[in-house]
Design a protein around this ligand. Structure first.
Ligand code: PHE
Length: 455
């Protein structure tokens, strides 16, 4: 018999480890780069409101579905969907699409993470810091337009994440996220207190909390829903893969709820670390993705002790990005090692190598490949669009339909109540009803409306 079969499958060991890993996956550049920039360019509080509704009615139920199906089969996402589908129905394709999505997200995510890591080192020298956005913008453009810097930082990040993944689920992922997550929260609280105590901070707070309904369009809805998928790591087989490492006595709905709340808290804290300072110093909130790399350094440079805070801020972003990348890399690694019976070392090596090659198209999209625009977008934007606006929502939609309509209530009840051990009937019914009737309809309407805004 194959020794792989006899060896017990690795998994998370403790309750705390499960929460830290799941939250580590959810919290990432999504909170620090996407959430603030989308909120800034879509009108602030009204965008946050839609995002909240989408998180509760679309994100949370899909997150619970992915985790419960993963835990039931305890295998990579493709095998999980294959095992659960009745007869010859091709639901395994959902696993394939999710695994592909994780890979493609890594392709551009490692690039942004590379910029974040690079900034920590650049700001060690005080001369790199300036409160003039024209100067910080120069710093940023010099970096992304230099093929050597762009590639080197992406590859450093890939090697680091590969190093964590190679050590395994409990000895690699669990061990590291348990150290990283507390650091993240301490830094975040520190930086937001600094920002909130600046004179003029109130304007930033009202931007975050006072909705302006006139700012809502079909595209805003799609962006908000795309963000709720991206934020909770859904439709990319990530939660399904992590679910397969969950303990059998873990309360899934409760864990998912806690992670969702903690993730929202991180986003709001990130918003409170950024917008009050942006307004206090008279910067532009709607700077889009440039907010993180151009506006924020200039904003921090304007405040007392700015040098320290800007480094802390980018360390925080690097920590957050690392927890998310670990979960993204685990998806293809679990797939390759189980499907092709490769050792974890080999599977990690192959995946990281493939990511270095594919990733270079994203890394070089502002330099050597700046003239190549597939579908009118840079490679970088194409990967982001493909995953956030297509693969993840469609993958999530299929997961919801599969769980509620194909797998069905009796199985959901068994899995979410831990075979009857938990008395959470009421919640299970509510989750099931939302998953069956509300989630898929909302996703379809928002997708159609966002992709064909005039149709
Ligand atoms: N949730 C992560 C973030 O917000 C991104 C991510 C997406 C991670 C999909 C895993 C899977 O940064």
């Amino acid at each position: 018999m194959n020794s792989n079969k006899i060896k017990k499958r690795d998994g998370f060991r403790t309750n705390l480890g499960i929460i830290a890993a799941t939250l580590g996956s959810a919290v990432g550049l999504g909170n620090i780069w996407k959430f603030p920039s989308l909120t800034g360019s879509n009108g602030g509080a009204s965008f946050i409101m839609i995002y909240l509704v989408s998180t509760l009615l679309v994100g949370l139920p899909i997150m619970i579905s992915e985790i419960m199906m993963g835990r039931r089969v305890k295998a990579n996402a493709v095998t999980t969907m294959q095992t659960l589908s009745p007869g010859r129905q091709p639901w395994w394709l959902v696993g394939v699409a999710g695994t592909l999505a994780s890979f493609l997200i890594m392709v551009f995510y490692t690039e942004v993470a590379g910029w974040v890591y690079a900034y920590i080192f650049k700001f060690f020298s005080a001369s790199a810091l300036s409160n003039n956005p024209a100067v910080t913008s120069g710093l940023f453009l010099d970096m992304i337009k230099d093929p050597v810097q762009a590639l080197a930082w992406q590859w450093i990040v890939l090697l680091l994440v590969g190093f964590i993944i190679v050590s395994g689920v409990s000895n690699g992922i669990e061990k590291w996220v348990k150290k990283l997550m507390p650091i993240l929260f301490v830094l975040l609280i520190f930086v937001s207190i600094r920002s909130l105590t600046l004179p003029g901070a109130m304007k930033g707070l009202s931007f975050l909390f006072k909705p302006d309904l006139s700012k809502i369009t079909g595209i805003t809805l799609l962006a908000a829903m795309g963000l709720s998928f991206f934020k909770l790591s859904l439709g990319a087989a990530t939660m399904m893969t992590y679910g397969s490492y969950f303990r059998d006595d873990q309360n899934i709905p409760k864990t998912a709820f806690k992670v969702m709340l903690a993730d929202l808290t991180v986003s709001m804290l990130a918003g409170m670390a950024i917008f009050p300072a942006v307004f206090a110093f008279g910067f532009e909130a709607s700077a889009g993705p440039a907010l993180l790399f151009i506006t924020i350094p200039a904003v921090f440079a304007s405040m007392p002790m700015g040098h320290v805070f800007v480094i802390l801020f980018f360390v925080l972003a690097a920590v957050a990005a690392t927890g998310a990348m670990v979960s993204l890399l685990e998806v293809p690694v679990a797939f390759f090692s189980e499907q092709f019976k490769l050792s974890r070392e080999k599977a990690t090596f192959i995946t990281v190598l493939a990511l270095m090659i594919m990733g270079s198209t994203a890394a070089l999209s502002e330099s050597l490949l700046s003239g190549v625009k597939p579908f009118g977008m840079s490679f970088f934007d194409l990967y982001d669009f493909l995953t956030s606006n297509l693969l993840m929502p469609i993958g999530g939609l299929c997961t919801a339909i599969f769980a509620a309509w194909v797998w069905g209530f009796p199985e959901i009840k068994k899995e979410l109540s831990n075979q009857g051990a938990l008395g959470n009937q009421f919640y299970i019914k509510a989750i099931y009803t939302i998953l069956k009737w509300i989630t898929p309809i909302l996703v379809v309407i928002i997708l159609a409306n966002g992709l064909w805004p005039k149709g």
